[in-house]
Design a protein around this ligand. Structure first.
Ligand code: ATP
Length: 588
């Protein structure tokens, strides 16, 4: 496939602000690919060469890319830098230089998708001596043969500035249209994707084996499953009612969710976001080999730092110290982790996800040998609200976050937030029952004191997974320190857009629009009706947050599609009303 076709589609995607048009451009592009190259297209669209869990990233610094541009077009680096200052985008610099060059040489080999992908793959995986030079050479090699428009995108990919911001669900929908002729097949593709969180794998399978192949997908060792997620309830009564009078209740640990795969002696550890974190957890890896009595298994648990002397759980901040890459061994020694296992999805070749919770739990119990690190999550079977309450209180007393109620009969529902799991946490009165994770879609330049910072607040949105779009819910201007605002502006200025992103649905304008990429955690007092925001729109009004304030900086562990969903927001809105009536606050 000629890369020219891909570049032309990128150009169209870049200028559209309509989601349906976006799908149609993508579907047209996908219909030109075949089983041998569809995965390449899917990855490149997201500026990648492999699924995120592989850890294979193209990442090249701007300086190296400048060097490659200089080399490809025979200009000196100073000239490239000067043009960069003028144009503000290295992609445009390469485009212009390629245009000048084209007038001089008429013969160059047309680029193919395969060649572009393969060179980027080599760049991503290059190592050893002379690696820097190798990367520059591989990029310059592409640029030499690139048409001006192709050069624009070839440069933007390695510096992470493709800015197409196309989500997984949109890609799946476009694949359904291109290959199966109907967007409703997106559901089948999503189901498969929930089991193997690798878009390239799913796309290739679709092109090779069609719908049948897609419907038979099972978990694969070494590829993370998209985790099952929990709903929220306003009261323990509501939980019991939804569960039909009987459920399991497990302690809710505020740690690190880990999905562990084991195949013989090989262990992989994935985070909630399905990143490979095996290197950060040598102690857990060792414990898995010692304590897990199975050859092939996929199971899940929450890792949390624990004080062996006092039996106390440390707060999340202590557990997460591990994420700083240095001193892993030291952290492991100082703050040993416990892994509380709570589910199992695969054992010795068998997909356990369709089995009911009670059966999975029994199987899980059967494979854990006694030891210091891996334990089962604490749990009870509750048959009354009182039993739930007693358990909840005993958990909170011991410094735990709350409880997770689980439907005894439910399968493991990968990648979805369903009522099979319901979280219930300790909360403070006069606040919402939970924080929200919201995606930044734009920012405001700030007035008064903030004008000098150039940023005074951000426009944030919830995620609507059905339409794969982001709907605004608040402007957040408090909770950040000045330093954080400065840092935030730096991050956001790298992803600005000349117009609202096609996946953002908004009624109000931002001063500066950005690609939906960063998530912050926000606390608010209340959810109210508002004509200004599009989240939860009922035809007349949407939902907005009252007194929103940021309680986190940009969350490294959450991507835009992990944000609080529109449905959750509506649920929280309803639950809040319910609580108020119950507490009689409305009668003041
Ligand atoms: P979510 O993971 O639902 O998007 P979140 O990251 O904001 O939300 P919480 O709302 O606090 O986290 O709760 C869900 C998380 O609780 C799970 O993802 C998991 O990491 C953790 N957890 C702790 N204990 C358990 C348990 N016993 N069973 C399932 N999950 C548990």
């Amino acid at each position: 496939m000629e890369f020219k076709v891909v570049a032309e589609a990128f150009r169209k995607l870049e200028v559209t602000s309509e989601r349906l048009e976006l799908i149609s451009i993508l579907a047209t592009l996908f219909s030109k690919a075949d089983a041998s190259n569809i995965h390449m297209l899917v990855y490149l669209l997201q500026g990648r060469v492999a699924a995120p869990y592989t850890g294979i990233e193209i990442g090249m610094g701007e300086k190296l890319v400048e060097e490659a541009i200089a080399r490809a077009y025979g200009v000196d680096k100073g000239e490239v830098e000067r043009m960069y200052k003028e144009l503000g985008d290295l992609g445009l610099v390469a485009e212009r230089l390629a245009g000048n060059k084209k007038q001089m040489t008429l013969f160059s080999e047309p680029l193919t998708l395969e060649r572009v992908y393969n060179n980027f793959y080599k760049i991503a995986t290059a190592s050893g001596e002379g690696v820097v030079d190798k990367k520059i050479r591989l990029l310059a090699d592409l640029l030499k043969d690139a048409e001006p428009l192709e050069a624009r995108y070839i440069v933007r990919i390695p510096i992470g500035r493709l800015r197409l911001g196309i989500g997984d669900a949109t890609i799946l929908e476009a694949l359904a249209v291109a290959k199966l002729g109907d967007r409703s097949y997106r559901e089948d593709l999503e189901r498969a994707y929930n089991y193997v969180s690798d878009l390239g794998y799913v796309a290739k399978l679709l092109y090779e084996k069609g719908l049948e192949g897609i419907r038979q997908v099972k978990p694969v060792l070494g590829i993370p499953i998209r985790p099952a997620l929990a709903q929220r309830a306003a009261s323990l009564e509501e939980i019991m009612q939804r569960m039909g009078g009987e459920c399991a209740a497990e302690a809710k640990y505020d740690g690190f969710r880990l999905q562990i795969h084991k195949k013989g002696d090989q262990v992989w550890i994935f985070s909630r976001r399905m990143e490979n974190m095996t290197g950060l957890f040598p102690d857990i890896t060792k414990a898995v080999l010692e304590q897990i009595d199975a050859n092939e298994v996929i199971f899940e648990g929450e890792a949390i730092a624990y004080n062996e002397e006092t039996g106390e759980f440390y707060p999340f901040q202590v557990t997460i110290q591990r994420k700083r890459k240095y001193g892993i061994e030291k952290a492991a020694e100082e703050y040993p982790l416990k892994l509380f296992s709570f589910d199992i999805m695969y054992l010795e070749g068998e997909d356990l996800t369709p089995k009911p919770y009670t059966e999975r739990r029994k199987i899980l119990e059967g494979i854990i040998k006694k030891g210091d690190t891996i334990e089962l999550s604490e749990r009870i079977i509750a048959r009354s609200v009182k039993e739930l309450r007693d358990f909840f209180e005993s958990c909170v007393e011991r410094g735990l976050e709350g409880i997770m109620a689980k439907d005894l009969k439910a399968p493991y529902i990968a990648g979805a937030r369903k009522w099979a799991w319901i979280k219930y946490k300790r909360v403070m009165k006069s606040q919402l029952s939970d924080t929200l994770d919201l995606v930044i879609v734009g920012y405001y330049k700030g007035r008064g004191q903030r004008a000098k910072l150039g940023i005074g607040g951000v426009l944030v949105a919830v995620y609507d997974p059905k339409n794969d779009v982001f709907k605004t819910v608040a402007k957040v201007g408090s909770g950040f320190t000045e330093e954080q605002f400065v840092q935030l502006k730096q991050l956001l200025d790298q992803i600005t857009l000349p117009h609202k992103h096609p996946r953002v649905v908004a009624k109000i304008d931002a001063d500066v629009w950005v690609e939906p990429k960063y998530v912050i955690t926000v606390l608010a007092d209340e959810i109210t009706r508002s004509p200004n925001h599009t989240a939860g729109w009922d035809g007349e009004r949407g939902l907005a947050l009252r007194f929103p304030r940021a309680v986190s900086f940009v969350r490294e562990d959450k991507g835009p599609e992990d944000a609080t969903t529109e449905e959750e927001l509506i649920q929280m809105y309803k639950q809040q009303k319910h609580v108020k009536v119950e507490e009689g606050e409305d009668s003041y």
